[in-house]
Design a protein around this ligand. Structure first.
Ligand code: XMP
Length: 328
């Protein structure tokens, strides 16, 4: 029967056997899964692991700080942060197709990890230790495998950046300690490993980040709008004590849609923001969360007042299926 310390012991043994004395890098996305995956690997191989946090410019507000401060403080892992915003924005420029965006983001992640691994090799050679970095940790969960078409007889619904979105010429061998687990199990494992609640308890956030929450092409200005709206929604949901009731609440910018509004004493022609609060056990199915009207009103007022170029807030009342949780 399932318990988190068995899972940890089993995975630690498996990782040690897989990795031997080689070096490993782990990409941290800011999400729960990559944080827990890296923490298990750290437990298994200690300083053979280096964590790489890619700031791709598609992050939520404050995410970088949580990883650089809270995660490092609780695990003691070695962390490198890479500023790759311009690289990702250049690669995404003008692209609005969701699958294409996912593939581009997956590819740029790997290219960034490869560059980080090379830098580590140079550094190790300088200090004369065993140099090669052969393994890459991924926080792939069971539902990611199924929904990317990795399970028997399933259709490809979306290329999760860490499953179907990887480039074919990638040379890393993957270490995926969470591949058989669901999200609630991952959280239990994370708590058992001593990770802080701000990381373990946070809402699921897709690896491709805000890049797949802009319907339309991605640019810096759109990301800033969306980041501001997302921060407001999260603040108000937390203030209302609703974090335990929702599974996650994607906030989506419909960048290719405009509608007429009236703000101050003038006409506006701005973009809608979609709130997508969902309740779920494992993200495979979900229902839309019946949030209290006063909370919705507060979020809507704040977003339309505080976020430039947004003049409408709409609520997504679709379950999964037929809608997926994310819009792309
Ligand atoms: P969907 O939109 O497929 O999302 O209903 C199911 C869950 O997965 C998250 N999600 C991702 N997580 N990489 C991830 O690590 C991805 O590419 C990805 N795409 C979606 C989504 O936020 C939801 O929790």
């Amino acid at each position: 029967d399932w318990n988190s310390s068995n899972v940890i012991d089993e995975q630690v043994a498996r990782i040690q056997a897989q990795v031997g004395s080689n070096r490993v890098i782990a990409g941290l996305s800011g999400g729960v899964d990559s944080a827990v995956a890296a923490a298990i690997v750290h437990k298994a191989v200690g300083d053979q692991l280096t964590c790489v946090f890619v700031d791709h410019g598609l992050l939520r507000a404050d995410e970088r700080k949580q990883v650089e401060e809270d995660y490092v403080a609780s695990t003691g892992v070695r962390l490198i942060t890479i500023d790759a915003e311009q690289q990702f924005l250049d690669a995404l420029a003008g692209v609005s197709d969701p699958e294409q965006k996912r593939k581009i983001i997956g590819r740029e992640f790997i290219r960034t990890f490869e560059a980080a691994a090379e830098a580590l090799v140079l550094e190790a050679q300088a200090s004369d230790s065993d140099a090669e970095v052969k393994f890459l940790v991924q926080g792939t969960l069971y539902p990611d495998v199924v929904e990317s078409g990795g399970g028997a007889g399933t259709a490809n619904i979306k290329s999760h950046h860490n499953v179907g979105g990887l480039p074919e010429d990638m040379t890393f061998e993957l270490v995926e300690p969470l591949r058989a687990l669901f999200k609630d199990e991952v959280r239990a494992v994370g708590r058992e490993l001593g990770l802080p609640e701000v990381i373990v308890g946070r809402q699921p956030f897709p690896g491709p980040g805000l890049g797949i929450r802009i319907v339309g092409s991605v640019d810096k200005q759109r990301l800033e709008l969306l980041r501001a709206a997302d921060k407001i929604a999260r603040e108000e949901l937390t203030a209302a004590g609703l974090d335990g009731e929702i599974w996650q609440c994607p906030v989506v910018l419909l960048a290719d849609v405009r509608s007429v509004g009236v703000q101050g004493d003038g006409r506006t022609y701005g973009h809608p923001i979609v709130l997508r609060p969902v309740s779920s056990e494992d993200a495979m199915t979900a229902d839309w969360t019946r949030l209290p009207y006063d909370v919705l009103a507060k979020i809507s007022n704040r977003i339309t007042n505080e976020v430039p170029d947004v003049n409408r807030v709409v609520l997504d009342v679709t379950s999964k299926p037929p809608g997926t949780i994310e819009w792309e």
